[in-house]
Design a protein around this ligand. Structure first.
Ligand SMILES: CC(C)(COP(=O)(O)OP(=O)(O)OC[C@H]1O[C@@H](n2cnc3c(N)ncnc32)[C@H](O)[C@@H]1OP(=O)(O)O)[C@@H](O)C(=O)NCCC(=O)NCCS
Length: 185
């Protein structure tokens, strides 16, 4: 899937959310913005994660997510944050992705997480693609994120969506960057 191949109309229905998506791997998911009442589902998703997924997402071996951290993820300030979640047909949270817009309003950082059981089925690609489309609508120019070198899934996903990969000069990490101005969505 190339991001250019998806129009905004394809990505979002005019009547809003949740939007039903069949991933390239044939998994049915429902994508909608994250809401404050998602905290319990997010806690359950975090608890289900393997140590590796936690490390890949947070760059630290976090064992516990206190309420104030969970709240931070689900209380979205729409002025400068985009956060989408993917749910299964029973409403269970499978993953979430976010984009945080920086003070200059044209740069933003992404973060993404898919539950281990759902990885490699196209859920991450759908979530991140939709976050990028929304970021472009908010006039963001460049979206970037840090990725550990051993995180082959995220590096592959970035390549698939058109991110460029650069080794960060001062750390053992890659930076994935995408210029939304060159995307025709
Ligand atoms: C990284 C992550 C978000 C990717 O989401 P995902 O749902 O697993 O990815 P997708 O299924 O959409 O796959 C996208 C691409 O990744 C690659 N990929 C998928 N599974 C893979 C695997 N097991 N090994 C290597 N690459 C893989 C493929 O290139 C795939 O494209 P394809 O459809 O052409 O095969 C998810 O694995 C995850 O949450 N990991 C832990 C947290 C994390 O690393 N976050 C990123 C740092 S912020």
């Amino acid at each position: 899937m190339k991001i250019e191949e998806k129009s905004i109309e394809e990505g979002f229905e005019s009547n809003g959310y949740p939007h039903r998506v069949i991933t390239e791997d044939g998994v049915e998911v429902f994508i909608r913005p994250v809401r404050p009442d998602d905290a319990d589902m997010l806690r359950a998703l975090f608890k289900s994660l393997s140590p590796q997924s936690i490390y890949f997402r947070f760059f630290a071996p976090i064992k516990d997510f206190p309420d104030h951290i969970l709240e931070r993820f689900v209380r979205i300030n729409e002025d400068y944050e985009i956060a989408l979640t993917a749910l299964d047909q029973c409403g269970k949270m499978l993953g979430m992705a976010c984009v945080v817009i920086l003070k200059d309003r044209i740069h933003a950082e992404f973060g993404i997480l898919v539950g281990d059981a759902w990885q490699g089925k196209g859920v991450g690609a759908e979530l991140l693609l939709r976050c990028l489309i929304l970021a472009k609508r908010k006039q963001v120019h460049v979206v970037w994120g840090k990725v550990l070198p051993e995180n082959t899934k995220m590096l592959a996903l970035g390549q698939k969506l058109g991110f460029t990969k650069k080794r960060a000069s001062d750390a053992n990490e890659y930076e994935l960057t995408i210029d939304l101005r060159s995307l025709h969505v």
